[in-house]
Design a protein around this ligand. Structure first.
Ligand code: UD1
Length: 423
């Protein structure tokens, strides 16, 4: 398994351009199945999860090419709506295929998905939504078979504003008969991006970004060209890394409006942030101040996907901070690893009590999931001495060549590949 080797203690400095958003690109690629023909999706990052999604689409009969940051996808020869189990298990986002396959082909056969081990991650809301649209759903072991001759619009209230369930229901409802409303819908920017894409394909949807989404079903959708939004979590990760290393970084091709809660927290902690159109400049010249309490919650509140990264800044801050994780129950695993680096953090149920220390020290640590891994990289950049981050494949699911991106900002970071076993 690859490792990242980081010689820490150097302030990051320079300019980088932010990659396209993984969490927007994945449902958009799945939604391409709703049309018959060639779509061109731009600003798609080269990531493991994207590769898995393209491989699944190829298994279904699509032709897919990912060159530079553009995916060209031809859906005209799709011959099956059965997603193979081994591919399904590689990532949770494979569940996005259920809505579009059902809507276009009247049937979808999928398996319980895999993904980061950060909590239970049920799919009951996805299934309830599709049932409300008239799908018959049979669960045999971990196999899920959905069928519907014709989906019918319905009023669907989500018990929790699940991002994935909102997206799956949107993708199924665009080809249903009549009107669907989703209330208590998730409001994340990736949902708005999916709406923009579907509208460009000819769908009639409004309301994304609010808690009520209304969809008037249409008979067919047409493939189109589309550009994915910038990745707000990668943007946030680099912003925190700049501040934690007391560096100065300019981030280009961002959407600052998608990061309001992070910008607010970082400014309160004393980090200088200047926003100008799609550019964010971060200066972390002084020791950060503690933040008395941060609670992760659905957008627009503080994102769970930036919880582990901001914790590194708080671990180095002056004073005691409290971080409460409310979205995923298993998402404080980085605390043990940060403690090995000298952080003073105590966990009680879903809350972390962080007493800032003046510095962290390099250590060998393990990325337990995608965002926890990103946090350990930030900690390694800020720490004194050498840090080795193991299980980098988790980080590769969401960050395009993270070591190349950070080296451009002056970090001393390299990937150590496994030594081939010749015996
Ligand atoms: C998406 C993001 C992920 C982010 C998360 C929360 C993608 C590809 N991934 O994941 O990076 O961390 O939003 O912002 O976009 N839940 C249920 N039943 C369901 C679905 C969800 O109980 O049917 C629960 C989950 O267990 C979890 C919470 O709802 O506790 C949030 O999950 P959800 O918003 O669905 O996250 P994902 O779409 O999986």
């Amino acid at each position: 398994m690859d490792k990242l080797v980081i010689e820490g203690g150097k302030p990051l400095s320079g300019t980088i351009v932010i990659q396209g958003a993984k969490n927007a690109a994945l449902p958009i690629l799945a939604a391409s199945l709703l049309g018959d023909g060639v779509s061109k999706i731009e600003h798609v990052p080269h990531l493991l999860d994207i590769e898995v999604m393209l491989n699944i689409l190829r298994e279904l009969g699509c032709r897919a090419e990912h060159k530079e940051d553009t995916v060209v996808l031809d859906t005209s020869a799709v011959h099956t709506s059965h997603v193979p189990e081994p591919l399904m298990k590689l990532m949770r986002s494979s569940i996005f295929l259920m809505g579009p396959l059902l809507a276009r082909f009247g049937e979808a056969q999928v398996y319980l998905p895999g993904g980061c081990a950060i909590g239970e991650r049920k799919i009951d809301l996805h299934l309830q939504g599709l049932k409300a649209l008239g799908a018959e759903i049979e669960e045999i072991g971990n196999r899920i078979i959905c069928r519907a001759d014709k989906l019918i619009g319905a009023d669907i209230h989500l018990g929790f504003p699940s991002v994935g369930a909102t997206e799956n229901i949107m993708m199924a409802a665009v080809l249903a008969d009549g009107r669907t409303t989703i209330s208590n819908a998730a409001r994340e920017p990736e949902i708005t991006d999916l709406q923009h894409y579907l509208v460009r394909m000819g769908a009639k949807i409004m309301g994304a970004g609010t808690d009520t989404i209304t969809i008037e079903g249409v008979n067919r959708l047409t493939p189109c060209r589309y550009e994915v939004i910038p990745d707000r979590i990668v943007t946030g990760t680099v912003m925190v890394a700049a501040a934690a290393t007391r560096g100065s970084v300019v981030l280009q091709r961002t959407q600052p409006a998608h990061l309001t809660s992070l910008i607010h927290v970082m400014r309160r902690s004393g980090v200088q942030i200047i926003v100008d159109d799609d550019i964010i400049r971060v200066d972390g010249l002084v020791r950060p101040r503690a933040i008395e309490r941060i609670v992760t919650a659905p957008y627009p509140a503080f994102p769970t996907d930036l919880q582990s990264q901001i914790m590194v800044l708080l671990a180095l801050a002056d004073g005691v901070s409290i971080m409460k994780e409310t979205i995923f129950e298993g998402r404080l695993k980085h605390v043990d690893e940060l403690s090995r680096m000298g952080a003073d953090i105590r966990v009680d149920l879903n809350a972390a009590f962080i007493r800032g220390v003046p510095r962290l020290y390099g250590a060998t640590v393990e990325a337990t999931d995608l965002r926890a891994g990103a946090a350990l990289v930030i900690a390694g950049l800020a720490a004194q001495g050498r840090t080795i981050v193991e299980q980098v494949h988790h980080i590769d699911r969401g960050y395009e060549k993270i070591e190349v991106m950070l080296a451009k900002l002056g970090a001393t970071i390299s990937r150590s590949l496994p030594v081939p076993n010749n015996s």
